[in-house]
Design a binder for this molecule. Structure first.
Ligand SMILES: NC(=O)c1ccc[n+]([C@@H]2O[C@H](COP(=O)([O-])OP(=O)(O)OC[C@H]3O[C@@H](n4cnc5c(N)ncnc54)[C@H](OP(=O)(O)O)[C@@H]3O)[C@@H](O)[C@H]2O)c1
Length: 257
């Protein structure tokens, strides 16, 4: 295997959650261009169908599997759809996530629970389903959980989000330890700031533009800049990477401001 072919996902089946927009959409396209068959998961089915058409138009293979990641039965069904179309999922990218910005004194229980449910329970549901099915089929594989720099440090007004992403990092490490004997690697990516539906309003505002100028890189990340790091973790190129957290943030996490 040459150094570049190690990054190939030829013959692999990659399920990507949150593939209807932002980072998940970019990752689904990126993993497809590396050779994986893509199972695109999210709640907005129309957007998933658009993505499937785009991937197929470029010669790739993809299928949409609508699911709410907080619902274990829906997640199981998405894996059933995947297996019927392409076989066992050996690459799972848990990317679906939401955020609520509100001061700790004011956050409502329902807002907190929505964030914790999506960001923790969702990653749990997808990771456990993927791992159980890989083990059941005697297949090795890779799971990549999308955390955040806010799993490593915190910002005001984001308590539930920061807590959830810290939990994703610890869940990643625990999963890695429990699954290593089955040949399943589990790693996390901690992105810095990328312009997506989640934060577009802020980064388009003057306060957001001022904030960007205070960041070490003085720019947001481009979505495509996450493809290489995820590909490294998903592919044979990262075969000894397990339980790690790869920070992709233009030195944001390195800064003590
Ligand atoms: N953008 C950033 O700067 C940044 C930084 C660090 C980490 N992240 C993380 O990156 C991930 C992707 O976020 P993004 O920035 O790309 O935001 P986004 O554009 O808002 O995408 C979020 C995705 O998650 C899906 N989703 C949300 N709740 C879901 C649920 N219950 N079931 C299934 N899918 C669900 C959404 O699809 P549907 O609404 O169609 O279900 C959407 O595809 C998140 O985990 C986020 O925390 C983002």
């Amino acid at each position: 295997m040459t150094s570049l072919t190690q990054f190939s996902l030829e013959g692999r089946v990659a399920l990507v959650t949150g593939a209807s927009s932002g980072i998940g959409l970019a990752l689904a396209k990126g993993l497809s261009s590396a050779g994986a068959k893509i199972v695109a998961v999210a709640r907005r089915a129309d957007r998933l169908e658009d993505l499937v058409r785009e991937i197929e138009g470029e010669g790739g293979a993809a299928i949409a599997a609508q699911a709410d990641v907080t619902d274990l039965h829906a997640v199981e069904h998405a894996f059933d759809v995947a297996e019927k179309a392409f076989g066992i999922v050996d690459t799972a990218i848990s990317n679906a996530g939401i955020s609520v910005a509100r001061n700790f004194l004011k956050i409502e229980p329902a807002e907190r629970d929505a964030v914790l449910d999506t960001n923790i329970r969702g990653v749990w549901n997808v990771g456990q389903t993927a791992a159980r099915r890989m083990v059941g089929a005697g297949r090795e594989g890779s799971i990549v959980n999308i955390a955040s720099v806010l799993g490593l440090g915190a910002q005001p007004g984001l308590a539930s989000y920061c807590a959830s992403k810290g939990a994703v990092i610890q869940l990643t490490r625990s999963m890695a330890l429990d699954l290593i004997k089955h040949g399943i690697r589990v790693n996390a990516v901690a992105p810095g700031w990328f312009n997506t539906e989640m934060n577009q309003e802020f980064f388009d505002s003057q306060a957001g533009k001022d904030y960007i100028q205070r960041m070490p890189a003085r720019r947001l990340g481009e979505l495509e800049e996450l493809i290489g790091p995820v590909l490294l973790l998903a592919s044979a190129a990262g075969s000894f990477m397990n339980g790690s957290v790869v920070v992709v943030d233009g030195a944001l996490n390195a800064l003590v401001a």
